[in-house]
Design a protein around this ligand. Sequence first.
Ligand code: TMP
Length: 224
Amino acid sequence: MRGFFVTFEGGEGSGKTTQLKTLLGHLRSAGRDVVETRDPGGTAIGNQIRGLLLDGENARMDSLTELLLYEASRAQLVQEIVQPVLAAGRILLCDRFTDSTVAYQGYGRGVDLDLIGRLNASAARGIRPDLTFFLDLDPVVGLERVKRRLAPSRAPRDRLEGEALAFHERVRQGFRALAATEPERVIALDAVQSLAELAAEIRRRVDARLGPAEAAPGTRRRSE
Ligand code: TMP
């Protein structure tokens, strides 16, 4: 039995987390068995690694160190969550996954893409998302959204959000290249659309792939 694996990708402030939560609500209200998680993080060990990765104090982190930490968090996530959830035939929604490593470490930092491909496959144990939504947004707009979101709390920007605009432009190119290479899996969506429009498009595509939800008890059709 194999469940259904959906990932959300995009640059800073692209709205992917909001869309993940909206889809989660929709699927649950349709009676589907759905689990949500995030990468990096999603496990106790992964959340500690996430803390290291996002800590603005760690500005001197080497690119290879960074890559290996993302892969370490992912290896744990796949072993603890992704594999068992999919093996149980459930639906899994994940906030970022292997494509982020291609975009951020590969296109953003310039780390060798073959190396990233091999590490991604090992950490993910060969598991690939069935469907990926890439929320495509001009990084100038995305970073502005992040700044506004942080302003009331006066929280410092995290290590990657603080990178130069040119870095975020390269990350966007990376995601676009992935969407162009794997159009069946990676669906690029224009993230300047309203939240409701985006949510409707995502819901439509997921429902089409999943087929009708099993009828809840007491609502069976007569022909069954
Ligand atoms: P976010 O999920 O809250 O956006 O934060 C995760 C940050 O980590 C974000 O800046 C993207 C970055 N990231 C990578 O650089 N490589 C990766 O492989 C992943 C999963 C995330």
